[in-house]
Design a protein around this ligand. Structure first.
Ligand code: AGP
Length: 364
C-alpha cells in the first residue's frame, strides 16, 4: 500500500512521530509486558561466547548501543564493525560467535556479503532487519525482526530506534539466559523498556525548545556532539543525521576524548551538543562541558531538568525526560533527530531525499 505523509510536512517528521508505536511494537516481539519476562530466543545465549555485529551507517550506531547492553547486562563479549571493513580485512573468527547483521532494508551490499561470509565460515547467523522478506532475512539462520513499518525518509529514524529496542531487549534476554539477571531485575528491566514509548512521546514535546536551537545551528558550519556510554554512539548518530539532511559538518565524540584533540576546535562559532542523561557518568560529562564553556564554546546540554547545572556560563539547557539509563538511547534519539530535522527545514534542504544519498546502498 502507498504510504502517505498525512498532516506531516515530510516523511521524516512523520516517522519521528511514529516512534512511540514502532518501539512498542518492536519491544513486544521480544518481551512480555504482562509477565514482565524476556521471551526465550531461538539462539541459546548461554551457549554463545561472543557476538559480532556487522552493519553500516545508522545501523552501525544502533549496533554499538547494543554492544554496551550485551556486555553490561549479559556479560557477553560483543564486537561491532562497519560491514565494508569487516568484509575486506580477513577478520579472525572464533567458534561460539554469533554474527548479527543489523539493517533496515536487509539489502545493504556490504552487510549482506559479510553475513553470507560468516555463514560460509560456519558461524551461526542472525539478522535484525526491518524488511522481513529481504535478502538478509532469508540468508540468516535466525530473523530478529524490527517493527518500524516502511521507512521512506532517506535519513533513518524510526528504524534506528526499532533496532536499538530489539538489541536492548535481546541483551536483557541474553542476561536472563546466562544467569546474569535474576527474576526481579528481569521484571524491572522489562518494565523500564516498556516505559520507552511513553517517554519518547514526552521527548517529542521538546519540539519547541529544539526548534529554537535549530535556528542557531542552521548558521553553524561545524557542530560537535558529545556523550558517554550509550550516548557516545548516539552522538555519532546525531552528527550523521545533521550531515545527511542539513549538510552541516558535524562530528560525534566520546566526551572523555575531548581533551585528546577535539577541544582544539572549540570557539564561539562551533556549537557543542551534549547528550547528558542522569546516569553514573553524568558528573564526568558535566565537567567536560564546564571545560568547553570556560573556553568560550557555546554548549547546549540536553539533560533532565533535575540534573545539576555544570559550572560555567553560557551553557544552554534543553530539558529531556528523566529515564532509566537502559532506555536513554531511545529517549535521547528524539531530540537528536528533531535537531537535524528542524535545522534542515530552516536551511530549506530536501529533507526526505538529501543530495547524493540513496535509501539503500545495494551497490558498494
Ligand atoms: C541513515 O540515515 C543512512 N541513510 C544510512 O547510514 C543507513 O543507515 C545505512 O545505509 C544502512 O542501511 P540499512 O540499515 O538499510 O542496511
Amino acid at each position: 500500500a502507498m504510504v502517505e505523509k498525512g498532516a506531516y510536512r515530510h516523511f521524516m517528521e512523520k516517522e519521528v512521530h511514529e516512534q512511540p508505536d514502532s518501539v512498542q511494537h518492536t519491544l513486544s516481539e521480544y518481551l512480555d509486558l504482562v509477565t514482565g519476562a524476556a521471551k526465550t530466543q531461538a539462539i541459546d545465549f548461554a551457549a554463545v561466547d561472543r557476538i559480532q555485529i556487522i552493519a553500516c551507517g545508522t545501523a552501525f550506531y544502533a549496533g554499538q548501543i547494543g554492544k554496551y547492553a550485551f556486555e553490561k547486562y549479559a556479560g557477553l563479549p560483543c564486537d561491532v564493525e562497519i560491514a565494508s571493513e569487516f568484509r575486506y580485512r580477513s577478520p579472525a573468527l572464533t567458534p561460539g560467535t554469533v554474527a548479527v547483521a543489523v539493517s533496515q532494508s536487509g539489502e545493504t551490499a556490504d552487510t549482506l556479503a559479510s553475513l553470507t561470509w560468516c555463514k560460509a565460515q560456519g558461524l551461526k547467523t542472525a539478522a535484525v532487519v526491518n524488511v522481513h522478506t529481504s535478502s538478509m532475512a532469508r540468508e540468516a539462520d535466525v530473523l530478529w525482526p524490527t517493527h518500524a513499518g516502511p521507512e521512506i525518509g532517506v535519513a533513518s529514524t524510526k528504524a534506528f530506534t526499532a533496532q536499538v529496542s530489539a538489541l536492548l531487549a535481546l541483551a536483557v534476554a541474553a542476561g536472563v539466559a546466562r544467569g546474569r539477571i535474576g527474576a526481579d531485575e528481569e521484571a524491572a528491566l522489562v518494565k523500564a523498556l516498556f516505559e520507552a514509548p511513553r517517554l519518547i512521546a514526552e521527548a517529542l514535546q521538546m519540539d519547541g525548545q529544539i526548534r529554537a536551537i535549530a535556528q542557531d545551528l542552521a548558521k553553524a558550519t561545524d557542530v560537535l556532539f558529545l556523550g558517554r556510554g550509550a550516548m557516545f554512539p548516539l552522538a555519532m548518530e546525531g552528527a550523521l543525521k545533521l550531515k545527511e539532511i542539513s549538510y552541516i559538518h558535524a562530528e560525534g565524540y566520546a566526551a572523555g576524548e575531548l581533551k585528546h584533540g577535539p577541544i582544539a576546535l572549540v570557539d564561539e562559532k562551533t556549537p557543542i551538543i551534549a547528550l547528558a542523561p542522569l546516569d553514573e557518568v553524568f558528573e564526568k560529562t558535566a565537567s567536560n562541558l564546564a571545560e568547553v564553556a570556560a573556553r568560550g564554546g557555546p554548549v547546549i546540554m540536553i539533560a533532565p531538568a533535575t540534573a545539576p547545572a555544570p559550572h560555567g556560563d553560557g551553557i544552554r539547557r534543553v530539558d529531556a525526560p528523566d529515564c532509566h539509563p537502559l532506555i536513554a538511547p531511545l529517549v535521547y534519539a528524539v531530540p537528536v533527530q528533531l535537531l537535524a530535522y528542524y535545522t534542515a527545514v530552516q536551511k530549506g534542504t530536501d529533507v526526505d531525499q538529501p543530495r547524493n544519498l540513496a535509501k539503500s546502498v545495494t551497490v558498494e
